[in-house]
Design a binder for this molecule. Structure first.
Ligand SMILES: Cc1ncc(COP(=O)(O)O)c(C=O)c1O
Length: 390
């Protein structure tokens, strides 16, 4: 699972070093200017993803809002988003005054590229695929639709840092990509986010918006700096930069361990006829921070989760936090756009059919092998009993 499992003395030492090095400068904003470590984190992160620019902000939600502003999304524009996503991108869209347009997910649990094309209108400004729970949306198909209709793609990769699309890191295929470093993510800085892009103008606009509109014009001191757009404050402190740099060094191990441990679950689950593993697009190398599968009916999924919980085992978001990850539950937001509960239900029939039968098992990347094997034993015991009784 995430970077929090790997927080140790290295992060602590980096923070103490920062204070030690700045001892003589106390009282001159060592946690803000000159943001040396944030800049280094941005550079290393961009390099890791294989893109030119990265802009660090205070959260993944902030990253999405900043990217949408940089893309020129305004009140009344439409942004296409999928039904199964954390609520954050929808919040960012409505915060700008734009309209979130829902597309169902398919068996990959990501945006259905076929339905996507049907949702494009003259008002569509951005397509926002969300790579859910470690697996990439089909970026080739989504980019093809976007190119045909000349629409920008901003992907939300908060949940799949470390996954690949073909030979490239996932996140390098779009106009802009947004990332989160909150406590549950592949690497964590406690709270934190990033926008990556190959487009210099988008990068500059992101930098300006997240810093009150400051252009950081080299001809002027900061107090006399120039501006061209209204901005906001989404600036991270040096603590984000310094922890991010340490965590980034650990990402290889996190990904390797995820893959190793997830294989135990996949091997077991493949033995059961009544179980289908999540469909993974061909070009995708997933993050493996969870293993998702579905049963033939909802009742079986519910029974399995009940037995799992009785044995002190948990799920990852599906179904334990589905209310925060599925638009079906967000009539408090979509009623603003004329969608009450029953209209949402009708619209999201396809997503519900898939999600209500699905279960996501978390992978803890720093777990002892004995503990993993014990969990596998328990899951096998539950499934043997359940599926035999079917
Ligand atoms: C898909 C997705 N998008 C956006 C976010 C928001 O990130 P943050 O918590 O850093 O604001 C999250 C966090 O859970 C997420 O899972």
């Amino acid at each position: 699972m995430p970077g929090f499992e790997f927080i140790n003395d290295l992060e602590k030492k980096a923070i103490l070093d920062l204070f030690e090095k700045n001892k003589k400068k106390y009282g001159t904003f060592p946690l803000f200017r000159p943001r040396k470590y944030v800049k280094k984190f941005e550079e290393k992160f961009a390099n890791y993803i294989g893109v030119k620019y990265a802009c660090c902000v205070t959260s993944g939600t902030a990253a999405i809002k900043v990217a949408l502003i940089a893309a020129g999304v305004k009140k009344g524009d439409e942004v296409i988003i999928q039904s199964f996503t954390f609520v954050a991108p929808v919040e960012a869209i409505i915060d700008i005054g734009a309209k979130p347009v829902l597309v169902n997910v398919d068996e990959t649990l990501n945006m259905c590229p076929i339905e996507l094309e049907k949702k494009i209108t003259k008002k569509t400004k951005v397509i926002m695929p969300v790579h859910m729970l470690g697996v990439a949306a089909d970026m080739d198909k989504i980019n093809k639709v976007a190119k045909k209709h000349k629409i920008l793609v901003i992907d939300d990769n908060c949940e799949a840092l470390g996954a690949k699309w073909g030979n490239k890191m996932l996140g390098a295929q779009s106009d802009m990509c947004t990332w989160s470093f909150d406590n549950g993510k592949t690497i964590t800085t406690g709270e934190g986010g990033m926008i990556t892009t190959n487009n210099k103008e988008f990068f500059k606009l992101c930098k300006e918006y997240m810093d009150h509109g400051h252009e950081n014009n080299p001809k002027f001191p900061r107090g006399r700096d120039t501006h061209r757009i209204p901005g906001f404050n989404f600036r991270p402190t040096e603590l984000t930069g310094i922890i991010g740099l340490v965590q980034l060094k650990k990402i290889g191990k996190i990904i390797k361990n995820n893959k190793f441990y997830s294989q135990f679950y996949i091997k077991l689950l493949k033995k059961y006829k009544g179980i289908n593993l999540r469909k993974i697009p061909n070009k995708n190398k997933p993050l493996n921070d969870c293993v998702i599968f579905n049963f033939t009916n909802e009742k079986l999924a519910k029974t399995f989760v009940k037995k799992l919980n009785e044995n002190n085992l948990v799920t990852k978001n599906v179904p334990d936090a589905i209310e925060w990850h599925y638009a079906m539950y967000w009539d408090h937001i979509f009623k603003l756009f004329g969608l009450n509960k029953s209209k949402l239900k009708q619209k999201l029939k396809k997503s519900s059919y898939i999600l209500n039968r699905s279960v996501s098992l978390p992978i803890f990347a720093n777990e002892k092998i004995g503990k993993v094997k014990n969990k596998i034993k328990i899951i096998k015991f539950i499934l043997d009993k359940m599926l035999k009784n079917e």
